[in-house]
Design a binder for this molecule. Structure first.
Ligand code: MG
Length: 399
């Protein structure tokens, strides 16, 4: 006898209603978007360039977003891309901007979802999320400015400063003497860790350079190495075993960034912490990486995954997994997140973004200090306006 489904009932769901806020206190009135191109003094090369996969990095492309609300509050946010995609990210931002107008800037998660669904044909990640980051960071900036708090304090800070490291002058083409001189200059500035690039065609050369740098640096200065996805699993394990016991703070991207199983196997087999995650472009990818045990140190990049809204979720998962946080580049954004993380990890120092703003971050004693200004703590400089290649404004009046 067949099953009679005629009497079965499915509870009716209320129809999807438009958002009718009960507590709306403000609405977004206008946005200005800019495509800003920052030239590099000297093109930069890592292992991806040495192996012919990429061209040297000659410029940074940014999407900068300024938001103003009906109540007179403002926010400044940005996202970046390297090599390809700058003009595309700006064009996508201009398509998304009208969907932010009229929204309540308090509802950051809802706006985030709205933009993600608008760009869903591009996928859950990639350029879609990178463009959203510029809006998301501007909204968090506005929220913290309105509260009169540095963003780290709005998040719920654990500390007012975070350890800072850099890779200035530590690239593959630099001689050992040049690397030593660059490290000394960084330490004199207050940097607390030095990360050198590895992945020379001859692995013995890498070992010689690591030995030389570890012997040269004062003991309290951390040393990290970054292979930029250069190696295969067998070589990475061999190399990792040779440097295990040298007290390296971490070994970064030994394998292809999406080889989560390979990174997990290395992390299980090495005493040196394995760091990765900078290339990933969504919270889901980070959940998968962390869930597999693929890193001891998460190098999540707030711009690549779509802003602070998803980053806070990745940070929660990282804390639950008892791993460290050392976000990738963009210290102007990451100092706030790293200060709000359960354990003290690292912020990565890059001077590249500095000329875009009137203010500077303070560094001393191996730490970067959370700015004591409200929000992210930055205003757009004249130089940023000078490097602007395209600009468009959107307002409620335009409809
Ligand atoms: Mg890296």
């Amino acid at each position: 006898m067949g099953l009679d489904l005629s009497e079965r009932r499915i509870a009716a769901r209320p129809p999807m209603a438009g958002h009718k806020p009960r507590f709306q206190s403000d609405r977004i009135e206008s946005l200005t978007l800019r495509h800003v191109v920052v030239p590099m003094d000297k093109p930069i090369s890592d292992a991806k360039v040495l192996t012919g996969r990429q061209s040297p990095l000659a410029a940074l492309d940014l999407l900068m977003v300024e938001i103003a609300s009906a109540e007179g509050h403002t926010g400044l946010g940005f996202s970046y891309t390297l090599r390809a995609g700058g003009a595309g990210m700006y064009a996508l931002g201009c398509e998304l901007a009208p969907f932010v107008i009229g929204q309540d800037p308090n509802d950051i998660s809802r706006i985030w979802e709205r933009l993600a669904w608008q760009g869903i044909s591009l996928g859950r990640g990639g350029m879609s999320y990178q463009a959203i980051c510029a809006f998301d960071t501007a909204l968090w900036d506005m929220k913290a400015r309105r509260a009169g708090l540095p963003l780290a304090k709005l998040f719920g800070a654990h500390r007012d400063s975070v350890r800072i490291y850099n890779s200035s002058g530590q690239y593959l083409q630099a001689s050992i003497d040049e690397m030593k001189a660059a490290a000394e200059a960084s330490i004199a500035k207050g940097i607390g860790g030095i990360k050198m690039k590895v992945g020379q065609p001859d692995g013995q050369e890498d070992l010689k350079r690591i030995d030389a740098m570890r012997a040269h640096l004062p003991e309290h200065i951390a040393l990290m190495i970054d292979a930029n996805q250069q190696w295969d699993r067998a070589y990475a394990l061999q190399f990792g075993r040779v440097v295990d016991g040298m007290g390296l703070a971490f070994i970064e991207e030994p394998l292809d960034a999406w080889d989560f199983d390979g990174h997990a196997e290395l992390a299980r087999n090495l005493a040196t912490p394995v760091a990765t995650g900078e290339m990933l472009t969504s919270q889901q990818e980070h959940f998968d990486l962390i869930g597999k045990g693929g890193c001891d140190v998460s190098q999540v990049d707030v711009c690549r995954i779509g802003g602070f809204t998803p980053m806070l979720k990745v940070m929660t998962m990282a804390e639950a997994a008892r791993i460290e946080l050392a976000p990738h580049m963009v210290m102007e954004l990451h100092v706030h997140a790293a200060a709000a993380f359960g354990s003290e990890g690292w912020v990565e120092h890059f001077e590249w973004w500095e000329p875009l703003f009137d203010e500077r971050l303070e560094i001393s004693g191996g730490k970067m200090h959370v700015p004591d200004r409200p929000g992210l703590g930055f205003t757009l400089s004249e130089q940023a306006r000078g490097w602007t290649q395209a600009e468009q404004s959107f307002s409620a009046a335009q409809g």
